[in-house]
Design a protein. Structure first.
Lengths: 532, 271
């Protein structure tokens, strides 16, 4: 492996090595719906507006500036002049129009495109000049400009189609099951303060490696320079063995959570349905879970007890007024007594004398979740609840929680990539398929779900961010009161960065360790990022 | 005393200790296998915790002993079930011949062709969720026993066929022995060593299959320990290097399986 070491501004050359956990499903940025493809899109795609992963603010990218109309239906971009794709094809507003046409084509089934679909109807793109593009949507789209962070612009004219890119790198070589080699885009538009063309690193080799243990061993041997999303146990070991390489960016966006099955037609005993639909029951069990222990033991301290649907790392949308989760088994028993439950010789029983016992399902093979479930089992036994843990292979689990609804409670994680709550529309709307505790309802089953529906729909049409925030804060309050999801912990964003990589400053948002890929250098170990 | 015999005595002694520990687990250790000492997760061996603790602070020595109980008592039960099914069906196929033989052998071949692990995972997913860990572990081994017979059946069937063509069997038939007398006086005594060998061979097989299932997270339910789910502490090589005492369940499993192999009767003894 060649590392050309250079200090100071200017290209450092060399080849950066890191791993993808899976084979990318596509190189077409329009069709991306998996993490590996998303990484490729981030490294190769040029976007009109880029969300700075560190400040979380929007920054001009291919567009010098933009303006959203007061009704939130129209956005006008002023494009940079004289830019070229990686194959030399000139960039113009026609490319923006072409990309939006492809993106919004219903036949494309683009997940990125779906985020823009606030109502039925055509999306119009006008190109009054080669450096101005105006996109008009049939209805207001909340958080419109932020959505363009995911839209990599394609060339309308290049014969190389989606392989012609505007991002810092282009795909030079792909060997299925082995690696993807990205080379520096000689036409990348961005320059550093000294006027040197970015990126500094000549090429990036992404190796497909599913085994996390092997990935860490290779990092330790110096064969890899970055690891994104390290497991807490691995990070803890790395911290002890090579502290300089272990980077903790603090609390991340991902959450671990559990919920009770509240589907009215679920094949469960009626008394169990009554328990699960009782707010005090859910709140009491939530209070009886020692989240601090979960964070300390399962995640080696690299997690934070979770408050609600939004992680504190999502600075704008997090509601700091939410009450912190409290571990209080005695308080839990008081709440349960209020709901008609009683402790009988160490066993919790409902008013009809039914013993409170239920199963919690989780995916087989996820050690952290199995450990969490075992700890919750012990916590709940303190209030007389008999919790049984069942691990299922992933397809059986999905079958139960989405089709047959033959389960009591489920423990899973939420991987959050979108800061904007609109990305969770199908989770919060009672008609949504991802409204896990009682999905796809014809009309809201409870008053509080009806209120969430109303607030979610209202915030989605408001152009003013502060007004949207006020609505979503109220949603967070309702969720904290009702506990349809019992949030357990927010995991920290952990990564490993070799001391050979200068300029790295891992953050909580994806792609954590290489969000600033264009300013990373290989070489001088003294030039490490400040976010250590 | 021959070396083989000495080795066998040694293996019997180890297995006796293991079985004894499994049977009297409650008196050997003062801890519950589920008790979590949350202040000392992943702790090294100490006077309080002889083999240290696991990731949740549970006493590893206690879990190994209770895990031995689960694996070492239920694997022979599953082996007995599989051998019994193989004995009955193999005997029936060998004695009756013709259509019965063809149907049973075809069924056995079909069962052999199915990937055991896949069938186990599918059957395991069909189990009701609302069962206790004890029931779940018994069900897992019961399924193992129900699915583990086809290979033994082939051996039993071949032995019965050989027996049916033997002179003493023909002589007994010529003497007018009835079917029951033939079965009791000729078939069962002659099959006994083969069935015994199949039984002993199946035990380590089922121990390892349970271990594989548990490694996939689909075996014995938490918090009940088994060798399989204890081995999950070893699936991460670097974690094992940092906590070497986690290797003990693997060591116990290897030693037990080797001992079970060594106490098997030799071909001369089964003849």
């Amino acid at each position: 492996m060649l590392h050309v070491c250079r200090e100071g501004p200017g290209p450092s050359g060399g080849e950066l090595h890191f791993c993808l956990r899976n084979e990318p499903k596509t190189f077409n940025p329009i069709l991306v719906d998996d993490e590996a493809s998303e990484h490729i899109r981030y490294l190769t795609g040029g976007v009109l507006i880029r969300a700075n992963r560190q400040t979380q603010a929007l920054e001009p990218s291919l567009a010098e500036s933009w303006k959203v109309s007061s009704d939130g239906q129209k956005i006008t971009f002023q494009l940079r002049k004289g830019l070229q794709f990686s194959d030399g094809t000139p960039f113009s507003s026609e490319d923006v129009a072409y990309t939006m046409r492809l993106l919004m084509d219903p036949q494309a089934h683009s997940a990125t495109g779906d985020a823009f679909r606030s109502a039925e109807g055509r999306v119009n793109v006008q190109t009054p000049s080669s450096d101005v593009a105006t996109v008009t949507f049939p209805a207001p789209v909340a958080g419109l400009e932020r959505l363009f962070d995911q839209v990599a612009i394609l060339s309308a004219k290049s014969p190389k189609k989606e392989m012609s890119v505007l991002g810092p790198y282009y795909v030079a070589e792909y060997k299925a099951g082995s690696h993807i080699l990205l080379r520096r885009n000689p036409n990348y538009w961005k320059r550093d303060a000294q006027g040197n063309r970015l990126p500094y690193i000549e090429s990036v080799r992404l190796e497909v490696q599913r085994n996390r243990d092997i990935e860490l061993m290779r990092f330790q041997r110096g064969e890899l320079q970055l690891i994104n999303r390290l497991e807490a146990e691995q990070f803890d070991r790395l911290q002890k063995e090579n502290a300089a390489a272990a980077r903790n960016a603090g609390v991340g966006l991902d959450a671990e959570e559990m919920w009770f099955n509240q589907v009215p037609t679920a094949p469960l005993a009626d008394y169990k349905k009554r328990w699960f639909q009782t707010t005090d029951f859910r709140r009491a069990l939530s209070m009886a879970i020692n989240r601090a222990d979960l964070a300390r033991i399962v995640f080696f301290g690299y997690a934070t007890p979770a408050y609600g649907p939004v992680s504190p790392s999502n600075r704008f949308w997090f509601n700091p007024a939410l009450p912190a989760p409290k571990y209080d088994p005695h308080g839990a028993l008081v709440l349960l007594a209020r709901a008609g439950f009683r402790l009988d010789h160490g066993t919790l029983k409902d008013s009809a004398g039914n013993r409170v016992e239920f199963t919690i399902v989780t995916g087989a093979g996820n050690t952290a979740r199995e450990k969490m479930a075992a700890m919750i089992q012990q916590d709940l036994s303190q209030i007389g609840v008999n919790l049984k843990l069942v691990t299922l292979d992933f397809s059986s689990l999905i079958e139960r929680i989405t089709r047959t609804f033959d389960y009591d409670a489920c423990l899973l994680g939420l991987v959050n990539t979108d800061l904007d709550p609109n990305g969770q529309m199908t989770v919060w709307l009672s008609s949504g398929a991802d409204h896990q505790w009682n999905p796809s309802q014809k009309s809201p089953a409870t008053r509080w779900e009806a209120e969430i529906d109303k607030l979610m729909r209202e915030q989605a049409t408001l152009p003013n961010e502060k007004e949207r925030k006020a609505k979503f804060d109220r949603i967070q309050e309702i969720v904290a009161e009702q506990q349809p999801f019992i949030y357990l912990v927010n995991k920290n964003a952990l990564s490993a960065v070799s001391v050979d990589v200068a300029g790295a400053a891992p953050v909580a948002l994806n792609p954590q360790a290489f969000w600033n890929i264009d300013t990373l250098r290989l070489g001088a170990s003294g030039q490490l990022g400040a976010n250590k | 005393m021959s070396g083989r015999r000495l080795l066998r005595i040694f293996c019997y002694s180890i297995l006796s200790v293991a079985f004894g520990a499994a049977l009297f687990a409650g008196t050997i250790t003062k801890y519950s296998y589920a008790a979590q000492f949350r202040d000392v997760p992943n702790s090294p061996p100490s006077a309080m915790h002889l083999l240290g603790t696991d990731g949740l602070g549970r006493d590893l020595f206690t879990r190994v002993i209770y895990g031995t109980r689960v694996s070492l008592l239920l694997a022979p039960a599953a082996a007995f079930l599989a051998t019994a099914i193989a004995g009955i069906l193999g005997g029936l196929a060998g004695l009756r011949g013709w259509l019965t033989e063809k149907v049973i052998l075809a069924f056995a071949d079909l069962s052999l062709a199915l990937p055991l692990l896949f069938v186990l995972v599918a059957l395991r997913a069909l189990l009701p969720l609302d069962v206790s860990p004890i029931f779940s572990v018994i069900a897992t081994f019961f399924i193992l026993g129900l699915l583990g017979w086809p290979a033994s059946l082939r051996v039993v069937w071949a032995a019965v066929r050989r027996l049916r063509q033997s002179d003493h069997f023909l002589f007994a038939t010529a003497l007018g022995y009835g079917k029951t007398r033939l079965l009791l006086c000729q078939v069962i005594p002659n099959l006994r060593p083969i069935l015994l060998a199949q039984f002993w061979i199946s035990i380590p097989l089922f121990v390892l299959t349970e271990a594989t299932l548990s490694m996939l997270g689909l075996g014995v339910m938490e918090p009940l320990p088994s060798w399989g789910n204890l081995l999950r502490g070893c699936e991460n090589f670097s974690a094992m290097a940092a906590n070497p005492w986690r290797v003990v369940p693997l060591f116990v499993l290897i030693v037990t399986v080797i001992c079970l192999q060594y106490i098997l009767p030799t071909s001369g003894e089964t003849a």
